[in-house]
Design a binder for this molecule. Structure first.
Ligand code: NDP
Ligand code: 8X3
Length: 246
């Protein structure tokens, strides 16, 4: 029987690439996101692979539990919905942006996990793949709360494994580096020129790279749990510590 993957944030970037890739490999899809028209386009394009599309804002706790809590036979939950807003230093940041990132990347991911886990535990199988980020492990100026939310994803993933020991449920934190998607357009609030500069002259990861990685993660032998994977483009690496000098 075909397996089912539930993808949050399937309307763009990694989520959309995963939907297309998993459909091509014969999986059934439950796709969620806020932009209904994009979900409808995917529904048309992927046809028989679609089990359900759900218009969902992961920040809405009641809606998440209502829509996802009753789903059964979800083999993989891909907690992908997320965003960065702004790159300002902490003293100059719009506090609303911080709240949106916390509400989406931390609380939304918590709600989706808590809504879907009971059916996995009851069935004695499942896999939660959380999309973290290199920003969760490596600081950079302006990464402040975004990086903090992804550090949460990393540690939450590990702690889920601790809770789930003995339940035959796998958990993975997949932490990509610079990847070209709508991510930077969202971060810079629609400023496409500023967004394009992030990738200019370099070769970033593509959503397809992440889709292939997710597919590899969930297709390891049943006794194997990939705890964490960090993926970067060859064109990205760490800098030295920065020193302030008078
Ligand atoms: P995109 O902006 O292309 O996609 C983000 C997706 O998240 C969209 O489908 C969007 O759907 C969804 N989303 C955002 N907010 C909400 C919400 N409140 N409720 C439901 N869905 C929401 O970016 P990426 O594909 O690059 O990002 C996907 C994930 O990968 C994010 O968690 C991001 O932090 C992470 N990441 C990205 C990297 C990059 O360089 N691109 C690197 C490392 C991690 P809609 O707007 O329709 O709701
Ligand atoms: C996205 C990668 O470096 O822009 O999570 O924060 S980065």
């Amino acid at each position: 029987m075909a397996k089912t993957i539930l993808i949050t944030g399937a309307t763009s970037g990694f989520g959309k690439a995963c939907a297309e890739y998993f459909a091509a490999q014969g999986w059934q899809l439950i796709l969620t996101g806020r932009r209904r028209e994009r979900l409808e386009q995917l529904e048309k394009k992927l046809g028989a692979s679609i089990r359900q599309v759900i218009t969902l804002d992961v920040r809405d706790r009641d809606q998440v539990f209502e829509q996802l809590g009753s789903l059964i036979d979800v083999d993989v939950l891909l907690n992908n919905a997320g965003l960065a807003l702004g790159l300002e230093p902490a003293w100059d940041v719009n506090i609303d942006d911080w709240e949106v990132m916390v509400d989406t990347n931390i609380k939304g991911l918590m709600y989706c996990t808590r809504a879907v886990l009971p059916q996995m535990v009851k069935r004695g199988s499942g896999h939660i793949v959380n999309i973290g980020s290199t920003a969760g492990a490596w600081p950079y100026p302006g990464g402040n709360v975004y990086g903090g939310t992804k550090a949460f994803v990393q540690q939450f993933s590990r702690n889920l494994r601790a809770d789930l020991l003995g339940n035959n449920i796998r958990v993975t934190n997949l932490a990509p580096g610079m990847s070209e998607s709508e991510f930077s357009e969202v971060r810079f609030k629609g400023n496409v020129e500023q967004a394009a500069k992030v990738y200019q002259g370099a070769e970033p990861l593509l959503p397809q790279d992440i889709a292939e990685t997710v597919f590899w993660i969930v297709n390891r032998p049943a006794h194997v749990n990939i705890n964490a994977i960090e993926v970067m483009p060859v064109d990205q690496a760490w800098g030295p510590f920065s020193i302030h000098r008078d």
